[in-house]
Design a protein around this ligand. Structure first.
Ligand code: KG4
Ligand code: ZN
Length: 337
């Protein structure tokens, strides 16, 4: 009996999880060891397909997942050099996401768990993003308490995280997610899908101070709102093109730069407020928008004055949707009591 807990600890230390993510438009599978080490990670993006329609069509996304997942899963095993019998558990994103897309991953993971008689760890997608900063970092590089902003096309939430089982939501968006604002404003400017990186590229040639766009003031100082900004950009474009002409490339770049500045300013403002109210050792920014260079450099500058390090996912592929982060979140949910 006395040796049993140590044996279990040993198992947990070498635990290999095969994770599947199909919540939106990326079909992904990965194998993670100890919640940090990425043994393999394969991602098939459907961005080209959804670019044709200017956004994700749920029915199309689900179909693509069912076509791609068997290959992606096999590739993740092959690239790991492991035998499937060496996998200790399976993990899958169960919520939030597009229901048809989620079901493809859930059905596959449940089948694998039944066939190989290994546990299935059901994982929340946002929880997955939170753990994307743990990937390929040593455990001692992560210091609690920390503040995490999850910022992508589907969510914008600010958490104070005191430990693996102690996550408190401080604020969230009351309407659009920040990535959604990036995507919708990019679409208004005639930029291709996905709009966030395209808007950031267009902003490089623009003047961020050119247009005075609004930032919402809210009752809860940690909440966000981007719908007013979106409407303001719509009216601005309407006014500029009222004499039946297109936006000039210069105007397009100036609107992109001004919108980027305002979205990022709102995100940074709430993070800084939270660091005043709570003592945190690190700030983490995760999700697709964490790939935004202007956001990272402005936030890192502001935090360096307070001696607080900023951690973003170590690779760009861990900012956007991936299965490695799901494997990491699953590991910590399974092993930390
Ligand atoms: O995390 P993610 O892949 O999917 C969701 O869970 O939503 O995030 C995708 C979002 C999209 O809205 C995309 O436009 C945005 O992240 N994004 C960016 C950048 N790269 C991706 N937004 C701003 N700047 C970027 N460089
Ligand atoms: Zn996501």
């Amino acid at each position: 009996m006395a040796g049993y807990p140590r044996f279990r600890e040993y198992l947990i230390l070498l635990m290999k999880i095969l994770a599947i993510e199909t919540s939106c438009d990326e079909t992904a599978a990965a194998i993670i060891e100890d919640g940090h080490k990425v043994i393999s990670s394969v991602i098939a993006s459907q961005a080209d397909i959804h670019a044709i329609t200017g956004g994700v069509v749920p029915e199309v996304a689900a179909r693509e997942h069912s076509i791609n997942l068997p290959y992606i899963y096999k590739q993740a095993i092959e690239e790991s050099g492991l035998n499937i019998s060496e996998i200790d558990a399976f993990a899958v994103t169960t919520t939030p996401g597009l229901i048809g897309s989620l079901l493809v991953g859930i059905s596959a993971a449940k089948t694998l768990s039944e066939i190989y008689r290994k546990p299935l760890i059901e994982t929340n997608h946002i929880e997955g993003h939170i753990y994307s900063t743990f990937l390929e970092r040593k455990p001692e590089e992560i210091c609690f308490p920390l503040l995490t902003l999850t910022v992508s096309g589907g969510h914008t939430q600010l958490y104070i995280i005191k430990g693996h089982k102690e996550k408190v939501l401080l604020g969230q968006t009351l309407d659009d997610a920040a990535g959604e604002a990036y995507d919708k404003i990019a679409k208004m400017l005639g930029l291709p899908y996905p709009g966030g990186p395209e808007l950031a590229k267009a902003a490089l040639d623009g003047d961020p101070q050119k247009f005075d766009l609004p930032v919402a003031r809210l009752d809860n100082q940690f909440d966000f709102s981007f719908s007013g900004l979106k409407t303001a950009v719509l009216y601005l474009i309407r006014d500029l093109t009222s004499s039946d002409r297109d936006l000039t490339p210069e105007e397009r770049a100036d609107i992109a730069a001004s919108a980027q500045r305002v979205i990022n300013k709102a995100l940074i403002k709430n993070i800084l407020l939270a660091t005043q109210k709570y003592e945190v050792k690190q700030v983490h920014v995760v999700g697709g928008v964490s790939a935004n260079k202007e956001l990272k450099s402005n936030l890192a500058d502001a935090l360096s004055k307070k001696d607080i390090p900023l951690l973003t996912p170590i690779k760009g592929i861990y900012s956007t949707d991936n299965a490695a982060m799901i494997g990491s979140a699953a590991y910590f949910a399974f092993t930390k009591v």
